[in-house]
Each structure stands twice: as C-alpha cells, then as structure tokens.
Design a protein around this ligand. Sequence first.
Ligand code: HEM
Ligand SMILES: *[C@@H]1O[C@H](CO)[C@@H](O)[C@H](O)[C@H]1NC(C)=O
Ligand SMILES: *[C@@H]1O[C@H](CO)[C@@H](O)[C@H](O)[C@H]1NC(C)=O
Ligand SMILES: *[C@@H]1O[C@H](CO)[C@@H](O)[C@H](O)[C@H]1NC(C)=O
Ligand SMILES: *[C@@H]1O[C@H](CO)[C@@H](O)[C@H](O)[C@H]1NC(C)=O
Length: 348
Amino acid sequence: MAASFVSVSFPSFKFKYLLIFTCLIGIVSAQLSTKFYDKTCPKAVKTITKAVDEAVSTEPRMGASLLRLHFHDCFVQASLISLIILCNCCMSLNIIQHGCDASVLLDDTANFTGEKNSFPNANSLRGFEVIDNIKSALEELCPATVSCADILAVAASESVGALGGQRWNVPLGRRDSITASLSEANSDLPAPFLDLSGLITAFAKKNFTTEEMVTLSGAHTIGQARCILFRNRIYNETNIDSSYAAALQAACPFEGGDDNLSPFDTKTSATFDNAYYQNLVNLKGLVHSDQQLFVNGSGITDGQVSRYSRNLGNFKKDFSDAMLKMSMITPLTGSDGQIRTNCHFINA
Ligand code: HEM
Ligand SMILES: *[C@@H]1O[C@H](CO)[C@@H](O)[C@H](O)[C@H]1NC(C)=O
Ligand SMILES: *[C@@H]1O[C@H](CO)[C@@H](O)[C@H](O)[C@H]1NC(C)=O
Ligand SMILES: *[C@@H]1O[C@H](CO)[C@@H](O)[C@H](O)[C@H]1NC(C)=O
Ligand SMILES: *[C@@H]1O[C@H](CO)[C@@H](O)[C@H](O)[C@H]1NC(C)=O
C-alpha cells in the first residue's frame, strides 16, 4: 500500500490527484548517453559547440543567456515518463512529469500556450536565434535527428566552458516535448524576491540540496539583470554595500528605467569565476535572492559562500557536477515526445 502525489498533465489542462494504490508501478525510461549521436549524427556536438563559441566570442553575455535557457527548460514541464499503474481497479494512466525537454522554446500560437510569456521568462530570456541557427545547421546535416533539448544542454555546457568555467560531459538522447506549462513556469522558476527558505524549497522540489542550490546560484557570476528586479534591494535594503548601492542607483533610477541592465558581477561579468561569492561576502549581491545566501557570516549557507569565495577550483567542479545533474532531470527518451524540426513549434 503506497500513497503518492501524482501530477497528471494534458496539453491544455492539469489535475493533481492523490492516488492511493496497491499496485505495480513500471517506470519506462531509456538512458541518456554521451555517444547517442555517434552513429546518427557524428558531427552534432561539434556543430553545436562551434556555433556557441562563435556566438559567445561575438557577445560574451550570450553565454549567460544560453546557460539560463537550459536552466529554465529543465526546471519546468513535460517529460513523459510512462508510469503504467495497474491498480486493483485495473486503472492505467500515463503520468506526465517534467524536465529538460525544450518546452521553453515553444512559441505561443492561436491554439497553444507556451512558457515564453511567464513572469520569469517574458522580456528576459534570450539566445533563441542562436539555438535556431544551430537547429537549421543540424537539420541540413542530419534531418530530424538532434533534439532541441539536447542543443540547449550542450550549449549550456559549452557556454560555461567558453567563459572559463568547467564543461560537463553532456549525456544525450533527450527528446522534445509536445506540451508546455505556463503555470509551472510561473510557479517553479525561482523569483529574485525569495528568501533563503523559499530558495531552498524551490530547489528541493527539483531534488536539489541546499548546497547544490548555493552552487547553482553561482551562475550569476555571469550575465545581467534588469533594474525592476533589484530596485527594491538597492533603495530599501540594508544588507548592501553602500557604495555598490549608490553606483547601481545611478543606473537604475527610483522611477523609470525598469529595463536598464546591470551585471550581476560588476568586475568580471564575462568570466565564469568565483567573484559572485566574493561579492556576496562583501554585501554586493545584485538581487535579493543572491544576498540571501550570505547574511552575516552565521547564516546556514554563509560558510559555503565563504569557502567558494576563497576556492575557485572547488566552485567550478561543484558547479559542473550540479549542472550535469540538472541536465538529466526527467528527460523524454525512447519514443516519447518527438524531435522537433523547428524548435519554436511542435511538428505538424
Ligand atoms: C537561485 C535562484 C535564482 C533566481 C532567483 C534567479 C533569478 C534571476 C534573475 C531575476 C535574473 C535576471 C533576469 C532579468 O533581468 O530579466 C537572472 C539572470 C540569470 N540567471 Fe538566474 N536565478 C536563479 C538561479 C539561476 C541558476 C540556477 C542559473 C543557471 C544555472 C541561473 C542563470 C542565470 C544567468 C546566466 C542569468 C543572466 C542571463 C543573461 O544575462 O541573459 N540563475 N536570474
Ligand atoms: C494549431 O495551429 C497551428 C498554426 O498555428 C496549425 O498548424 C495546427 O494545425 C493547429 N492545430 C490544431 C490541433 O488545431
Ligand atoms: C535525487 O538526487 C540524488 C542525489 O544527487 C540522486 O542520487 C537521486 O537519483 C535523485 N533522485 C531523482 C528521482 O532524480
Ligand atoms: C521601499 O519600501 C517602501 C515601503 O515598503 C515601498 O513603498 C517602496 O515602494 C519601496 N521602494 C522601492 C524602490 O522598491
Ligand atoms: C547574524 O547571524 C546570527 C545567526 O544567524 C544571528 O543570531 C544574528 O542576529 C545576526 N546578526 C545580524 C546583525 O544580522
């Protein structure tokens, strides 16, 4: 006898069921493999990494944007794990779960609602044209073979590597979703206004420990954020370095300029280093959630932040490991989902 919360999603609606069953559960899920395209598209990985290197050398921030695309893909929506539940009442259900399935890339259409207009993604995510260019090249090289989800996964690792971080060896064979979830994008992507406990909960929901949450937050050693997301912090919060706050106020006025950008890491925003943690120790975290990781030397995550601020190699290794784990969150495999030919739309 087992009790379990199961989230059942269909393209247009969603239910939460409490299923109590005395039954057999079969989890059908094929394995990802770094060799997945070795026979079917041997140049796949090279094609992706080369295009990412070019894009990042043209505009270093693109590395940050591509890393974030993968994160926002993996934390939301739709891997079809086929859970066949044979209950005593002979019920059989397909339970749909969620992961790195390129749902983040799907456009809204007249009959489809994607994730692009969710609060965390709208007017924020970027890098779609880089993914499109890679997809076009791959469709010419090996049609209908390489998934958009795998492109995102390889692009994230290469972006980190290109900016000086440690790449991870990306297992491949993810397939693309035929669904997306606007509501989950809104509920499950962490907001910059969260306190430490909220951050811990948001990552625990995706099976990440508090330590891994602190490690993954180090992604904010690259990239930029909009004024509207840190205005309250720089005008109202007290756990912020005063000269840092003053400099930010010059770029982010009290009123207006909502979309003005500031780098998370003022000095080395195009280098994947441990400056993010050095900034936190100096009360120079940009968004509220960043500074939550270091309070005053005695918070529960303060020690890890201090350690990373002193040990670059340690942070880079842990980050690479945590990203590898993120890249494997409930992927679609086997014959589930599809290989989209255009990452913006489900195949006709
Ligand atoms: C810990 C919880 C997190 C919160 C609350 C958070 C929040 C944010 C916010 C508010 C922005 C700025 C968005 C904008 O200005 O429109 C941002 C940017 C960014 N985030 Fe996070 N984030 C979190 C974790 C992560 C993780 C785990 C990663 C990747 C592993 C990541 C990677 C990035 C990157 C690279 C950028 C810069 C993107 C660019 O410049 O285009 N973040 N994040
Ligand atoms: C949904 O809209 C697309 C075009 O936006 C169209 O190609 C497709 O056939 C439509 N699907 C259904 C089920 O109506
Ligand atoms: C959760 O994370 C742990 C530790 O990384 C891992 O061993 C385990 O397989 C994960 N569980 C699921 C369901 O992904
Ligand atoms: C600062 O806090 C006050 C009081 O909570 C609030 O009214 C005001 O809008 C905040 N200012 C900014 C810039 O967020
Ligand atoms: C510093 O942290 C400790 C432990 O969390 C707490 O008891 C103390 O009040 C904090 N001090 C300040 C100034 O925030």
